[in-house]
Design a protein around this ligand. Sequence first.
Ligand code: ZN
Ligand code: ZN
Length: 429
Amino acid sequence: MPQEIQCACLECGLLQRIPPLPPGGSALCVRCGNVLQRHRPRSLSRTLALTIAGILLFIIANSFPFLSFEMQGQTTHTTLITGVIDLYLGGNWPVAAVVLFTSILAPGLQLMLLLIILVPLALERVPHWLPRLFRWVRTLAPWGMMDVFMLGILVAAVKLSAMATLVPGASLFAFAVLILVLAAAQAALDPDLVWLRVPLSRSDWIAPRPGEPAVSCDVCALVVRAPAAPPVRPRCPRCGDRLHARKPESLQRTWALLIAAIICYVPANLLPIMTVTSIGRSQSDTIMSGVVFMVHHDMWPLALVIFVASIFVPLLKLAILLLLLLSVQLRSSWRPRERTRLYRITEAIGRWSMVDVYVVTLLVALVRLGNLASVQPELGVVFFCAVVILTMLAAMSFDPRLIWDVLEHADVGERERAPAPNPSGSVRA
Ligand SMILES: [Zn+2]
Ligand SMILES: [Zn+2]
């Protein structure tokens, strides 16, 4: 049933009303251009179908080897989990944990949670635990990196093709289709439809009158009246998440994570990330020397992929986060729309830097023929992995609404601030 909904833009904080959208239409924030809502036809049933397909593909992808490595009559097989196990056995447990979480646990959990949530909804039921689990779907989304892992497989395969014969396994195809299915499921899911089904009990909190102070939930986007005498830490009446006008201690946390990332960036680039032993000879490579090696061996496209993902993207992310933090700290009113767009870019590109970590994992798992050929991970990859995770966390803890706060009320503190009156979001069909 179409109805007008009230929502605050999560990127600039402006409170707006969204009229019912035409099929395929989307509502953009009038101030920063962020997509507030998108109409997705038959969203929940399509997402459920894709989720079931995804779970079947996930089981196949994890049950069989996806690549075999043949060299001088010896063969090694690799499943998704063997790379993780090899890293763990080699004492590299931090990287093993990150790879396990991002390539297996996060996507698997996300699919299971979607199934558990969408089946009752299809049966017109809303169990009391549904909002809490649905919150987790959103939390896990940025950490599932199967698409990046797939790029890692391609890079590793090209690297090894000169050295030995690679045979793709059955699960590689399941894996490739799974990535498409996961992307389609994410595109089909309209979270607002799920949240609209959750009944609201504490009605005294809801529906602020125009001009009244309001806060919007960061998770389900419900707009509620800011309580006059707030409980110590109020929770959203719909999804149960903590309510706050802005992410708590956003600047301090982002600074701390960014500085940690900058510190890790130095050893990540100076220390070797892996040592390759081939026919008794060992050679250690840093990220940059790996790129130079590929350029010398006419592997230009590969060198470009690794250069962009491992050197250019992390640097760009560090620079953008630094710029955003400084501009907010200096209360700059310079181009807020463009700065918000920069923030959006940072959130979107950060995960692709994981590709080199996956390449090392895959090489370690595939090339296990002792003195004939083997790959050992080195300390550099641990620091590099830390840079990627820290910059992702820094981007998550930064609150882009702080960019806009300066423009609205130059003298009001960052918390407990009322969003502006309600204009209508612009609707695009
Ligand atoms: Zn906005
Ligand atoms: Zn909520």
